[in-house]
Design a binder for this molecule. Structure first.
Ligand code: HEM
Length: 146
């Protein structure tokens, strides 16, 4: 994947405004609520039965931060996302058995959360750049599935 200087600058300036803990919690919470079949992977997380249970779940909070931490790492290695996430991809494929379709769903909820936090700053051009990043992220995480 080739990134233009403008795309890189857009990602860097938007990402600098992202609170990883807060956005991570909201994105994972939204995933579990909007796509409830994803809850089956988080059997050890306790009560996920209602919106308020998900919102108040400390494990969702901690895990959302971890997921955003991995995305943050990818954003800091835009020219090398596949290698950066290679071990994580293998782990999701071989140990966690996560259906890679779910990576796209997480990408979707992340876009929605960013749009709701950033409001008018999340312009169509910004969205287009982030959609490209999500494609790269999903491809990298799906790469270890063979
Ligand atoms: C664990 C990242 C998507 C299910 C993890 C970990 C990271 C991570 C960093 C922790 C690994 C460790 O501690 O060794 C990501 C990223 C995603 C993503 C960047 C972006 C798309 C998903 C999706 C699902 C999922 C969509 C399921 C629907 C899990 C599960 C664990 C995990 C079940 C283990 C949780 C635990 O028991 O602590 N992921 N993940 N991941 N991920 Fe993902």
């Amino acid at each position: 994947v080739q990134w233009t200087a403008e795309e890189k600058a857009t990602i860097a300036s938007i990402w600098a405004k992202v609170d990883l803990e807060n956005v991570g919690h909201d994105a994972l919470g939204r995933l579990l609520l909007v796509y409830p079949w994803t809850q089956r992977y988080f059997g050890t997380f306790g009560n996920l039965s209602t919106a308020s249970a998900i919102a108040g779940n400390a494990k969702v909070h901690a895990h959302g931060k971890k997921v955003l931490g991995a995305i943050d790492n990818a954003i800091h290695h835009l020219d090398n996302v596949k290698q950066t996430l290679a071990a994580l991809s293998k782990q999701h494929a071989d140990e966690l058995y996560v259906d890679p379709e779910n990576f796209k769903r997480l990408g979707e909820v992340l876009i929605v959360v960013l749009a709701s936090k950033l409001g008018s700053e999340f312009t169509p051009q910004v969205q287009a750049t982030f959609e490209k990043f999500i494609d790269v992220l999903v491809a990298a995480l799906s790469h270890g599935y063979n």
